[in-house]
Design a protein around this ligand. Structure first.
Ligand code: IMP
Ligand code: MG
Length: 195
């Protein structure tokens, strides 16, 4: 009885809409395991220094929350929000700063925490902006890397998973603001949808 209810709930939670379908790419336990390793690696690279994690809203929120708990020692957070603008954003690389950091990063060891590296245009812009503010060190941690989609010459220092060129949702990643709360990373297929 209890089991039956649990699976019914799961179906409802994962129910796609507009003819979309989702299938699991990376399970939450694989994600957590990878984040544990990444946290240790980041701390090993900066054994004695306070770290400032800069989360890119909103997709990186879940990743940052879990990563922060896997880095021993002094860790603080701040958040920044950007959006692409212009009609053809993916090729123009025009990025707008929607919310800036609360505090200065000058002289600090900064790790930018981003959900996914796709064309790299967003991160290229962000790194340019942050580098001008003279951090002591500026590193990048991404959960997912769609390597084959790269346009800008940027790379992450810490990469969770290299994934194929598919649209993914879950664990912070959205489609029209939906699916961010899924514990797994899933591939979203819109083939059956009019969109
Ligand atoms: P980039 O500037 O092309 O690297 O785009 C990075 C941003 O695009 C990410 O921070 C995401 O917000 C979004 N994005 C890219 N690929 C996906 C995806 O597969 N699912 C959801 N969002 C994505
Ligand atoms: Mg994002």
């Amino acid at each position: 009885m209890a089991k039956k209810r649990a699976s019914a709930d799961k179906t409802r939670l994962d129910a796609p809409y507009q003819g979309a379908s989702v299938r699991r790419l990376i399970s939450s336990s694989k994600i957590q395991q990878k984040i544990r390793e990444m946290g240790q690696r980041i701390r090993a690279d900066f054994p004695d220094e306070p770290l400032l994690l800069v989360g890119v809203l909103k997709g990186a929120v879940l990743f940052l929350a879990d990563l922060a708990r896997q880095i021993p020692g002094e860790v603080t957070f701040d958040f920044i929000a950007v959006s692409s603008y212009g009609k053809d954003t993916k090729t123009s690389g025009q990025v707008k700063l929607n919310k800036d950091l609360d505090s200065s990063i000058e002289g600090k060891v900064v790790v930018v925490v981003e959900d996914i590296l796709d064309t790299g245009l967003t991160l290229q812009y962000l790194l340019r902006v942050l580098q001008q503010r003279k951090p002591k060190s500026l590193k990048v941690a991404v959960l997912l890397d769609k390597k084959e989609r790269r346009v800008a010459d940027v790379r992450a220092d810490y990469v969770g998973f290299v994934i194929p060129d598919e649209f993914v949702v879950g664990y912070g990643l959205d489609y029209a603001e939906r699916y961010r709360n899924l514990p797994d990373v899933k591939i979203l297929s819109l083939s059956g949808s009019p969109h």
